[in-house]
Design a protein around this ligand. Structure first.
Ligand code: MAN
Length: 541
């Protein structure tokens, strides 16, 4: 190209460059020349050098900090500011200036020589204002709803505080009641123990104990005798089978015959002749008096079978049963008999009155049938005590839950630093995608329900906010994770990432299964509409 032509191309644009072209508004005041005699000079912004005023924006880099070339790409790593009148000013890298490309950030086209890029700032600005106006409106309305959520959290906090205070009082009362009933139960028990001791003095019971001891002693002696008899039998049996009849010892023969008669055995000599072999020891024993049942007396077999069981009898239980059977008909007091004389209509209220009077009397140890009923009273006292202990435990559990709920409300890791999420706790949102309806119950569980029927799958339980951000930051609350849902065949447990943005409604917008069994659901909620900055300041003023 002819050098004149090059000059002609470059000159009009450079010549037209204003000295403040590309300078950000905060620095414009620094771009003024100094007059030195007939010269106009300018000092680099870092103060390092004084140059001719004409050297500013002349497309040649003079200053080390590049401040003499705010509107060209002559200095490396410089910044260029496009004013974008009608829209919002923007800063770009100076390397993108005069590169033949119209930068989107510079809608006024100032990054390129004039006439190259159109100025679209009016339209872009109008579009931008429309968008930001709509966003502002959304945030304004949304943040009003959010404020109502915050108010709810404060109300909820107050309610829970009152509840906890009431529960503390209730627990105190219940603890006292438990103490009182424990005292009564212990007293009733010791009364009942004393009463039992008294009953044990009855001649019948004492005699029973003596009978028991006698029986046990007899059983022991009986066993001893059986063992001795067996040992003697063994001795005699070996005498019978081992003696030599050729010696004609009458004393031995008499002893053998005596034993054979007693044990019901055939004479050993006959046995030897008969089978030429061993003695028959299996011959039947003669019927002795032992085996005959005599007017209900126990035979050996019955003694063997039942005596042990009989000796295990619990005499105290027996004593109490006996006492109940022969004791005074205590339950039939006048109070209990009245019902027989009352008309049917009055019976229900009479019965409830009677029960409450009786239970009150029994609790104070003066009801029922007097001394003979002490163990029943002791039981009643125990039941009343365990009922009271149970109620105390329920109240303590309720207090623990209320305290936990209370500490969650304004926990940045729970319902947000302002408690703005508390209102949404358990709220279920759903989205029908044709094949499935997805349901997310906030802070609880997400589900996938097939529209063709069936119960569907759990997609997980609420597990955390966005772990990549910090609790308290807005970003933290834009993601909720639901994990450990139903296991995917040959895959992970189903899980959901719920991505939320500010909106005037709590609603789900889209559902996508990004990876197998990993779902991303998007939605909006007013809980994310923090008040606009100026609204905030207005409120504070
Ligand atoms: C079901 C649904 C799907 C999922 C498959 C995985 O059909 O939960 O979303 O991809 O199971 O087997």
């Amino acid at each position: 190209m002819h050098p004149w032509l090059l000059l002609a191309l470059a000159l009009p644009s450079l010549a037209a460059l204003d000295k403040t072209h590309g300078v950000s508004p905060s620095l414009v005041s620094k771009y003024l020349p100094s007059t030195k005699g007939s010269h106009q000079t300018w000092t680099c912004l870092d103060g390092s050098k004084e140059i001719a005023w004409s050297a500013v924006n002349d497309d040649y880099c003079d200053c080390q900090d590049g401040s003499d070339e705010p509107g060209t790409s002559a200095c490396p790593n410089n910044k260029f500011y496009c004013r974008n009148e009608g829209h919002i000013g923007a800063i770009i890298q100076s390397s993108r200036v005069n590169d033949g490309l119209c930068e989107q950030e510079c809608c006024d086209g100032s990054d390129e020589p004039s006439g190259v890029c159109p100025n679209t700032c009016q339209e872009v600005g109008a579009e931008h204002r429309k968008k930001t106006d709509a966003e502002r409106k959304l945030r304004k309305t949304g943040s009003k709803i959010r404020s109502s959520y915050i108010a709810y959290a404060h109300k909820e906090k107050k309610r829970l505080e009152v509840l906890v205070a009431d529960l503390v009082k209730e627990i105190e009362t219940r603890e006292k009641e438990v103490e009182r009933l424990r005292d009564i139960a212990e007293r009733a028990e010791s009364l009942s123990a004393a009463e039992l001791e008294r009953k044990k003095q009855s001649p019948l019971y004492q005699s029973l104990l003596v009978h028991h001891t006698a029986l046990k002693s007899l059983q022991k002696e009986h066993k001893k005798h059986l063992e001795r008899e067996k040992a003697l039998g063994d001795i005699l049996t070996s005498l019978r089978t081992g003696y030599n009849p050729n010696y004609q010892d009458m004393a031995v023969l008499e002893a053998v015959r005596g034993w054979e008669a007693l044990a019901g055995l055939p004479h050993i000599n006959d046995v030897r002749k008969g089978d030429d072999g061993e003695a028959d020891t299996t011959a039947e024993k003669p019927t002795t008096e032992d085996n005959v049942e005599d007017e209900g007396l126990w035979n050996a077999a019955k003694i063997e079978k039942e005596l042990d069981q009989l000796l295990k009898t619990d005499h105290v239980t027996l004593l109490l049963e006996h006492d109940q059977l022969v004791g005074p008909a205590s339950a039939q007091s006048l109070l209990l008999d009245i019902s027989a004389y009352l008309p049917d209509v009055l019976l229900p209220s009479y019965h409830s009155f009677r029960d409450s009077v009786l239970s009150a009397l029994s609790v104070f140890g003066i009801g029922g049938g007097g001394a003979s009923d002490t163990s029943a009273e002791s039981n009643r006292a125990r039941v009343a005590l365990s009922d009271a202990e149970h109620s105390l435990k329920l109240t303590q559990d309720e207090q623990r839950t209320a305290n936990e709920d209370l500490s969650d409300i304004f926990d940045p890791d729970g319902f947000g630093p302002e408690g703005e999420w508390k209102k949404l706790d358990g709220m279920c949102l759903s989205k029908d995608t044709g094949e499935y309806t997805y349901e997310v119950c906030l802070f609880d569980e997400a589900r996938q329900i097939p529209n063709s029927g069936g119960s569907g799958f759990s997609l997980g339980k609420f597990s955390s906010w966005d772990k990549a951000a910090r609790a308290g930051e807005l970003e933290y609350y834009t993601r909720q994770h639901y994990t450990q849902g139903a296991k995917c065949w040959n895959g992970p447990h189903r899980s959901v990432e719920l991505v939320l943005t500010c909106g005037t409604e709590n609603t789900l917008l889209t559902v996508a299964e990004l990876e197998k069994c990993e779902y991303q659901i998007t939605g909006t909620t007013p809980a994310l509409c923090r008040p606009l900055e100026d609204e905030h300041t207005k409120d504070e003023l």
